[in-house]
Write a new protein. Structure first.
Length: 281
């Protein structure tokens, strides 16, 4: 019995590493971007109990889309752009020190080379995917938003069905504890890490909390521009800064929750800032 339990525990610890190694050992070429399907639905974006720029919490509807299972790596960047701007050099790590404009230039060249139609995610797509898409289960309620959509609200009543999420809403992409799914200030040793080493979220996407912050397509506004009932919100039509999501290896646990938003000028480059791709098919 002890042997069986030990084997099961070892399998749990090895699963993320096995998934990461599988990607690099199944003949995938670096430019075969590994994508996860996100089944569309209606969900509650934002959180009325957090910072003012995460309000108002409201229902939005998204169609199906695909999101990069991993952040764009340095190897992928080098193959398209011919150089590596990252401070910490590691082919299997996310590319960093790339601005919003740099990311768009990469995507344009990648699409031309592969014949695909990759783009940056909207922040509504990003948060939906980070939450686990249609597979998300929350233990949370909002004052002004009726339970509904795919969020699957449950009462925190001690039920055995209570999921592994923070009742407070300060939750991470996939698990209640950040160290399970994220490289952040407490465990990163002041640097980025190879993709896919932590546990994925409910739809099999890695590193949406921590490792590197990720550019989104939207202009930033101090509150959500969309309201209840919007389908595929695109954010404000104008602005100075772009939205960044996810937090990084340098952030505290409170800064890598799935609802956290940041605003960076589009020419910003830092050693904790990267991106991932989405596509419509």
């Amino acid at each position: 019995m002890k042997c069986v339990l030990s084997s099961l525990l070892m399998l749990c610890f090895l699963q993320p590493a096995m998934a990461q190694r599988k990607y690099y050992s199944t003949g995938n070429k670096p430019l075969d971007i590994y994508m996860s399907k996100v089944v569309g639905g209606t969900y509650t974006l934002g959180n009325d109990d957090e910072a003012t720029d995460r309000r108002p919490a409201h229902n939005v509807t998204l169609k199906d889309f695909y999101i990069g299972t991993y952040e764009v790596t340095q190897e992928q960047w080098k193959l398209i752009m011919g150089s590596n701007p990252s401070s910490y050099i590691c082919d299997e790590c996310p590319v960093t020190n790339v601005s919003y404009n740099d990311a768009l230039a990469f995507i344009s060249k990648l699409n031309a080379k592969t014949g695909k139609s990759y783009r940056l995610p909207t922040e509504a797509e990003w948060e939906y995917a980070a939450r686990g898409g249609s597979k998300e289960v929350l233990v949370r309620s909002y004052k002004n938003v009726a339970p509904g959509g795919v969020n699957n609200f449950l009462a925190p009543n001690g039920s055995r069905n209570v999921p592994d999420k923070e009742i407070t809403g300060k939750k991470y992409s996939g698990k209640k504890l950040p160290q399970d799914v994220a490289w952040f200030e407490r465990n990163s040793h002041d640097r980025i890490h190879p993709i896919g080493k932590k546990k994925p979220n409910e739809i099999g996407v890695f590193d949406m909390s921590g490792n590197v912050e990720e550019w989104c397509a939207d202009f930033y506004a101090t509150d959500y521009g969309s309201r209840n009932g919007i389908t595929d919100p695109q954010g404000p039509s104008t602005g100075r800064s772009r939205v960044v999501r996810g937090g990084s290896w340098a952030n505290t646990a409170t800064e890598i929750v799935v609802t956290r938003r940041a605003a960076y000028l589009p020419d910003t480059r830092t050693n904790s800032l990267g991106f991932r791709l989405v596509s419509d098919k």
